[in-house]
Design a protein around this ligand. Sequence first.
Ligand SMILES: Nc1ncnc2c1ncn2[C@@H]1O[C@H](COP(=O)(O)OP(=O)(O)OP(=O)(O)O)[C@@H](O)[C@H]1O
Ligand SMILES: [Mg+2]
Length: 396
Amino acid sequence: MKEDIQKTKTQLIEELGSLRKKLTECEEKGSMLLPVEQALRDGQVQLDRIMSSAMDAIISIDEDQHILFFNAAAEKMFRCSNAEALCQPLERFIPERFRHKHSQHVEVFGERHVTNRQMGQLGVVYGLRGDGTEFPVEAGISHVEISGKKIFTVILRDITERTLAEEVVQKHEQALVRNQEELRALTAQLLTVQDEERRRVSRDLHDDVNQRLAALAVWIQTYQNTTAAAGHDTEPIQSLHQQVVTLSDDIRRLAYQLHPSILDDLGLPVALRAWSIDFSKREPLAVSFLTRNVPNEISQPVAACLYRVTQEGIRNVAKHAKTNHASILLAGTKRSIGLCVADFGEGFSPTDTRNRRKGLGLASMEERVRLVGGNFRVKSQRGRGTHIHILVPHSR
Ligand SMILES: Nc1ncnc2c1ncn2[C@@H]1O[C@H](COP(=O)(O)OP(=O)(O)OP(=O)(O)O)[C@@H](O)[C@H]1O
Ligand SMILES: [Mg+2]
């Protein structure tokens, strides 16, 4: 009996010893864990601060789509306190018509291998504030698995102001397009009216004023003959006759410039050749004129367009290119007519809008070509000259 007691006592002392040893070990481990615990606590505080100071709303939900985390920005964005939001279903913050689709999206996303979708990748979605108002948001989503359970985190950015600004910009852009269309229609009308007016004035000058001047010249000539027969001085009458003839020539030229009847009577190539020869006589610019396969039948609007555009192109060479040579090429294909007015003079920068704003020539050329359904292109480079290419369908 005494032996048993001794044995138990010895065992107890041994066990006590090992317990003491274990206790010392635990104390040592515990003191080693202290900094780790502190770091964890610090990390948690830091994370909480980051989450609550984030500008974007951050909401975490469990697999059943109930809210586990709702940061300060989410409180502000959804006008709902953290206490009210926690444990609530996420759909509370989604407009009713999107709820079903949204919860399906989250489920499908959870089953995929992709663990995150960047901000904006989901397109614009809508949120529902505590007061029932809807607002557009841009969202990103990610999921992680913790202890076998999925946790989804949604990051949301309120884009109400951006959307409003975009709407304003869009409205302005639409108004601008409308204004441009109106301006184009107005320009087209203006060009048509101007052409008709030129044609009318030209006809009046040619058929009326010039005929009367011709009659006056004949009358003066007769008077001069009578005066000469009577032996009087005819010099003043001769001078008067000469002035009337010169005036008649000037008026014919003016009428021709306003609208060349030759264009209607003999066609575009003849009219352009005559004009370029006349231009070279008046200006220090040699103009070479080439034609290739030009069809006989060119509609009047197309012919008038190409005639006016060539005139403006050549006038521009004389005015701006600082060269003494320009060329015109008029070539026909099965369906279209191409025109190229070229020089190897100074050149300019066609993309520089300041050049476009200097005058009306280029703009009216482009508009005329557009009116007959054609294509207008200016190729120019400083020091390398300017090429104007136009392609229009035969008839319009
Ligand atoms: N062949 C060219 N060579 C060099 N510069 C040119 C040529 N054609 C046009 N430009 C430049 O482009 C600008 C715009 O030409 P545009 O014909 O529109 O106006 P403009 O000739 O100045 O005036 P407007 O034609 O109204 O009398 C010109 O001022 C000139 O700087
Ligand atoms: Mg011009």
